[in-house]
Design a protein around this ligand. Structure first.
Ligand code: NOJ
Length: 559
């Protein structure tokens, strides 16, 4: 098929089970009107690129009106498009363009908090204590004799206090930035409004939803509130005051009814940072239906870690009847081409990470520890080929198909992430994976559109530009294109059978008699077995005379 050919969407309601979903961070994908911010028409103009890449669906991070206190995850209106990114008509055109070429679309729903610019929050401020308007959020009187102390000493996920005082003296809770007040999910109007939002986008043809911090909506804020230390010490067992409460699934059961009323049913995937054992609750068909598995975002490039994570997540998917999800990069983490070029992450005695992978490197401006980008890319290509061969769906993050590393050289006055500001610059934050994509090496702004992208692109970005990689057969972009197309012809059932390799650092498995996969995590080359019966159909590094080089993956099919 040529990239411009029309292609029907397909009628399989289970399309999502093994889909390749490409995450677009709209403000950094392609800028059609040249104002420095990516926009919906920019995405529409690149549909052929997505077709050629071979993805089944795109997921758009928020494109709704927002003051951008948290990159759009502070939503001021859930049923509109940010005027800087386009209009609802532009959105409809984008959906039509994607659907006309066989690509589905997933949008982001941010139900834990709104923007402080949302009309509800403005109304809550105006209406005052005890009002129905305030009841849509989490307002409390302060502690101390004059109420000038926060109701609790809770710390926001982005650093700094999680309670903010308003002029009349009350305080509101914000688990994230101050500009992101948490909604009160005990309020019926809040519940009804999100149903309306799900219907609004479903009616416009959206195929599915990604649910932001899906584990946080319901809360038990009975007074007296616990301290942060008490909160931290409480078990997260379904009854924790703010995390992963069992009663959040009542909400998702009601959403599921709405999503199932469409043909085909709309999908939903939970962003839930919860203990693995609790993931099946979110992935259950009566709840959201699928949940992200983020384990690989925190894993090193290590055979044992990968094997354990794959085993565990396939078991978890079997428990819920859903399919697993595989992710190596997204808009919240250091890109995996950089992570894999760093030494293994530090862990405590229990094996828990002591820091977010790559954040120490970010803090030192990319100097300590030293990063080996060749190795990072080699491993990234191998890991990508491994996860694309696993049963389940794979979420790719824009730019990883170019092998883009994290950008560290962004000045303090150019940074945007609230993490950076709320920690006084101690935590550098997530801007480095959100830098606008390089499309054309020799164009201003590397062809992103306009001369001044909203986050600065380093000079070396040109080496990774799409046009440079287009003409290079061995480029990462062409590898992604090749493997995504080969994958389409190989994916059938959802089985995986491990194959013994006699090397602790080499993983191998069969998806079927037609598709074997071998990843060499070590440095030593590995001789592929059965070379007379199977041939290599794709590999992340050249396989010569049946020898798989270190840090690479091969896919094999029968001769
Ligand atoms: C998770 C999103 O992925 C992240 O980007 C955002 O900052 C938080 N949720 C808050 O909405």
């Amino acid at each position: 098929m040529t990239p411009n050919e029309a292609k029907p969407l397909g009628t399989d309601p289970d399309w999502w089970r093994q889909a390749v979903v490409y995450q677009i961070y709209p403000r950094s994908f392609a800028d059609n009107n040249g104002d420095g911010l990516g926009d919906l028409n920019g995405i529409t103009s690149r549909v052929s690129y997505l077709v050629e890449l071979g993805v089944d669906a795109v997921w758009l991070s928020p494109f709704y009106p927002s003051e951008l206190a948290d990159g759009g995850y502070d939503v001021a209106n859930y049923r509109d498009v940010d005027p800087r990114l386009g209009t609802l008509e532009d959105f409809d055109r984008l959906v039509a363009a994607l659907h006309g070429r066989g690509i589905r679309i997933i949008v982001d729903i941010v139900p834990n908090h709104t923007s402080d610019q949302h009309e509800w929050f403005q109304a809550a401020l105006a209406a005052g204590p005890g009002s129905p308007e305030r009841d849509r959020y989490i307002f409390r009187d302060g502690a101390g004799p004059d109420g000038n102390q926060p109701p609790a000493d809770w710390v926001s996920d982005f650093g700094g206090p999680a309670w903010e005082q308003v002029p009349d003296g009350q305080w509101y809770m914000h688990h994230f930035a101050t500009e992101q007040p948490d909604l009160n999910w005990a309020n019926d109007e809040v519940r009804a409004d999100f149903i309306a939002t799900l219907r609004f986008w479903s009616d416009r043809g959206v195929d599915g939803f990604r649910i932001d911090v899906a584990h946080m909506l319901t809360k038990d804020l009975t007074q007296p509130l616990p301290t942060q230390a008490e909160l931290d010490a409480l078990p997260i067992d379904g009854h924790h005051p703010i995390f992963d409460r069992d009663d959040v699934h009542d909400i998702y059961a009601s959403w599921r009814k709405v999503l199932n009323s469409y043909d085909p049913p709309r999908t939903a995937v939970a962003e839930a940072w919860v203990d693995s054992s609790r993931i099946p609750r979110y992935a259950h068909p009566d709840s959201l239906g699928q949940a992200f598995n983020f384990d690989l975002l925190e894993a090193d490039f290590d055979a044992a870690q990968f094997r354990d994570i794959i085993r565990q997540n396939l078991d978890l998917a079997a428990q819920s009847g859903s399919s697993s999800t595989w992710v190596l990069s997204n808009h919240d983490v250091v890109r995996h081409a950089t992570r894999y070029g760093l030494p293994h992450s530090q862990r405590d005695d229990q094996g828990k990470l002591v820091d977010r992978p790559g954040w120490q490197w970010l803090r030192t401006g990319g100097s300590d520890p030293a990063v080996d980008l060749d190795r990072g890319l080699r491993r990234a290509r191998a890991a990508t080929m491994l996860i694309l061969a696993l049963p389940g769906s794979t979420y790719l993050y824009q730019g990883e198909e170019l092998g883009l590393p994290e950008v560290v050289e962004i000045r303090a006055d150019e940074r945007q992430d609230p993490h950076f500001f709320r920690t006084g610059g101690k935590d550098i934050g997530r801007d480095g994976c959100r830098v606008p994509l390089p499309w054309i090496a020799a164009a201003p702004g590397f062809g992103f559109g306009g001369a001044t992208p909203h986050l600065p692109q380093p000079a070396w970005f040109g080496n990774y530009a799409v046009d440079v990689q287009d003409s290079d057969e061995s480029s990462t972009l062409n590898l992604y294109r090749q493997i995504l197309h080969v994958r389409h012809s190989l994916v059938s059932g959802e089985n995986l059978d491990w194959i013994e390799t006699e090397r602790y650092d080499v993983l191998a498995f069969a998806r079927s008699a037609q598709w074997h996969v071998v990843t060499n995590f070590g440095d030593e080359p590995y001789r592929l077995p059965g070379s007379s019966a199977m041939r290599v159909v794709a590999s992340s590094a050249p396989v010569i005379d049946g020898i798989l080089p270190g840090e690479s993956t091969a896919w094999l099919v029968p001769m």
